[in-house]
Design a protein around this ligand. Structure first.
Ligand SMILES: Cc1cc2nc3c(=O)[nH]c(=O)nc-3n(C[C@H](O)[C@H](O)[C@H](O)COP(=O)(O)OP(=O)(O)OC[C@H]3O[C@@H](n4cnc5c(N)ncnc54)[C@H](O)[C@@H]3O)c2cc1C
Length: 282
């Protein structure tokens, strides 16, 4: 379908972008890669009167390592994340997003601000204990991943704010695993599980597990984490703990899977992602 008519402006500065948002209220939408917004506009599920393109705004692109953490500009595209292997699980997860066309256009900021629970990067931000910086007309604030995703496609980023950068601890020395289940290799996740593990010998010092598409927001599998923290990590302990992966989840059924099947997937994928993270995958 063809979107409703709209005006377009490519802001030259962050201040200009925010000014357009403030002046136009609900009528204006930021445009990053356009790979979530434009499909919605074509389906007429969104009809902003003004698109404010961020592509010319300086300072929103790039990946830098600073004092043990990563700083990633909001307009950094998925393919740049994919090709920065030092980003570990972030790079791996970005490489599973759709196809090269989508990865060359879609941005980390757009994905996180959009807050689709089927997207790959939100749960990864959650388990890295990352934060985002958002800039409004008066002030800047930092939002922790745990507070960012509020409900289905609703995030803590206000309509007059721009998500400018993402910060994630580098997690040096942690192992990671990422398991995404879909019908065709380039589809959205039916369910995905991300896991990071810090171990000394075979003892699990710390572990974090993220669940994608298991609810209206990305989730942590806290019961599995608690069962493993401080315990020996082996195939048996992982298999036993992973049985709790769907605890407390209530995933919506969709065209691809019933709620029960998604819960089954969460258990199986958690076991596999943890085995990868612990270096036990065969
Ligand atoms: C065919 C197809 C398959 C896909 N498959 C996957 C997949 O498997 N996994 C996956 O994770 N994603 C998938 N995507 C989505 C893709 O990753 C999108 O690019 C991403 O979700 C949104 O990023 P964007 O830069 O395109 O944002 P846009 O579409 O430009 O914007 C999305 C929303 O975020 C807002 N926004 C954008 N940038 C900012 C900002 N800096 N600050 C505040 N608000 C902002 C916009 O106003 C809009 O409301 C797919 C997309 C397509 C078209």
């Amino acid at each position: 379908m063809i979107p409703a008519e709209f005006e377009y402006v490519a802001a030259e500065t962050l201040d200009e972008a925010i000014r357009h948002l403030v002046e136009n209220g609900d009528e204006a939408k930021l445009l990053a890669g356009g790979h979530s917004l434009l499909p919605l506009m074509k389906l007429r599920l969104a009809a902003p009167a003004l698109l404010v393109d961020l592509r010319k705004v300086p300072g929103l692109h790039g990946i830098q390592r600073e004092n043990g953490s990563w700083r990633i500009g909001a307009m950094t595209v998925h393919s740049d994340l994919e090709h920065t292997s030092e980003l570990g699980i972030v790079s791996h997860a970005a490489g599973t997003i759709a196809d090269p066309q989508v990865r060359n256009r879609g941005t980390i900021g757009g994905s996180l601000a959009h807050g689709d629970p089927a997207s790959d990067l939100p749960a990864v931000l959650l388990i890295t204990d990352g934060t985002v910086t958002v800039q409004g007309p008066q002030s800047q604030r930092t939002v922790a991943a745990a507070d960012l995703f509020q409900d289905y496609m609703q995030t803590a980023v206000e309509p007059h704010e721009v998500l400018t950068e993402v910060r994630m601890p580098a997690l040096d020395g942690w192992g990671y695993g990422y398991e995404k289940f879909n019908r065709r290799s380039e589809d959205w996740a039916m369910v995905a599980v991300s896991a990071v593990v810090k171990q000394t010998g075979d003892i699990c010092e710390d572990v974090r597990i993220g669940l994608t598409n298991m609810g209206s927001v990305p989730l942590r599998a806290h019961a599995v984490e608690e069962a493993l923290r401080g315990q020996p990590l082996n195939k048996d302990s992982i298999a036993k703990a992973a049985e709790a992966a769907a605890e407390g989840t209530d995933p919506p059924a969709d065209l691809n899977a019933s709620a029960e099947y998604k819960q089954h997937l969460a258990r199986v994928l958690s076991r596999r992602a943890l085995e990868q993270a612990a270096g036990l995958a065969s």
